[in-house]
Design a protein around this ligand. Structure first.
Ligand SMILES: [Zn+2]
Ligand SMILES: [Zn+2]
Length: 366
């Protein structure tokens, strides 16, 4: 194995370990030693550079440790500076070249860090998937749901599910079924939500399914277009304000269909969820099986999972815009409809210990 000779060093104001966000937030200078300066020819053509450097102040390493978010990961699944070979790789933006020095943005290396190599960043793998183009951003600003809408029309439930996972936090068959049911209903009704209560979703369960429904239909608690009926059924109705809608309910055979399609998963489920065995290897296997099962659910024929019916429903009035008042007890601003009026003063329910409907994992209760 060769010994590495540094080709240059980092110059910035950070001499000691600090938050990498802070280091990244300021430009750094990379000074290239004279004998390597010939390698800088046409570097201005690279908008971005991969800087390979040596963690000169970092000692020792362990195979696993907490990342910045606190999640424990293996050293090869993290950007920890404590590594077997102490090598750092960071993609930076090249702001300017002045003779033998490069001014870059986004480098998370300390002052005097030895630089081992510099490469022109290869973005070809990501170019096709990039959503950050100015055109796309402009489109999202005028129609926030444009991507969701396009994926509904195309029947691309996989893409919808990936995005719904951002809301739901994990991938599961419940989410997949919510995505499938909602995509079907949206296609049937040839509609989309603008978040103004003209399209309503009535869900009959507060579990994973409803997050798929919320994401795909755009009907949510926040825009008052989601109605929750505490009925404990994997079912939902999509309707316009005229009350003509379609209800999609999971068939009771659907559980058996899932069980048959993913037999290994249930063994793991019993261990991890029922028996609360959180052994790391078991958790990894469970996560992998969950993912396969979640996305695999999308391939089960719709009619095996769901029954569809046309329904007429009674639609509530548009959500009223209530005046807010100041509670005489706590001084907080509160919707007037959620207050009691005592001796010419408004009091919020909290201050008067008045119980109101609360939705938890147990359903609605007081
Ligand atoms: Zn879920
Ligand atoms: Zn109060």
């Amino acid at each position: 194995m060769n010994n590495f000779n540094p080709i240059g060093k980092v110059i910035n104001g950070f001499d000691n370990a600090t938050s990498f966000h802070e280091i990244k937030s300021k430009p750094s200078v990379i000074e290239i030693y004279d004998e390597y300066a010939g390698g800088l020819f046409k570097i201005e053509h690279c908008g971005y550079l991969d800087i390979v450097f040596y963690f000169h102040k970092s000692e020792g390493y362990s195979f696993q440790g907490p990342t910045h978010s606190g999640e424990v990961r293996g050293v090869f699944a993290s950007r920890s500076p404590h590594r077997p070979n102490g090598i750092g790789v960071t993609t930076v933006k090249l702001l300017e070249r002045k003779a033998n020095t490069l001014i870059v943005e986004g480098l998370d290396a300390l002052n005097e860090t030895p630089v081992l190599d510099i490469k022109c960043t290869d973005t070809s793998l990501f170019a096709m998937e990039s959503e950050t183009s100015a055109v796309h951003t402009a489109m999202l600003l005028s129609v926030p749901r444009i991507d969701i809408r396009n994926n509904i029309v195309a029947g691309n439930t996989k893409a919808l599910m990936i995005k719904a996972g951002q809301l739901h936090g994990h991938f599961c068959p419940g989410l997949a079924m919510g995505v499938m049911a909602a995509t079907y209903a949206m296609q049937e009704m040839k509609t989309d939500s603008d978040g103004m209560e003209d399209l309503l979703a009535i869900t009959e369960t507060n579990n994973c399914f409803s997050d798929g429904v919320q994401f795909v239909t755009g009907c949510s608690f926040g825009n008052n277009a989601l109605i929750f009926k505490d009925l404990g059924k994997t079912a939902f109705t999509l309707t316009r304000r005229d009350g003509k809608g379609i209800r999609i309910c999971s068939r009771h055979e659907s559980q058996e269909a899932l069980r048959k399609a993913f037999p290994d998963f249930y063994t793991l489920y019993r261990q991890v969820v029922d028996e609360k065995n959180h052994d790391p290897e078991l958790m990894i296997a469970y996560k992998k099986a969950s993912l396969e099962r979640a996305f695999g659910t999308l391939s089960i024929p719709f009619n095996e999972l769901f029954a569809v019916s046309e329904v007429n429903v009674t639609i509530p009035a548009y959500a009223p815009v209530h005046e807010s008042v100041i509670c005489a007890g706590c001084g907080e601003s509160v919707m007037q409809s959620r207050t009691v009026f005592i001796q010419n003063q408004y009091y919020c329910y909290s201050c008067k210990n008045i119980t109101t409907g609360t939705l938890t994992g147990q359903g609605i209760h007081t």
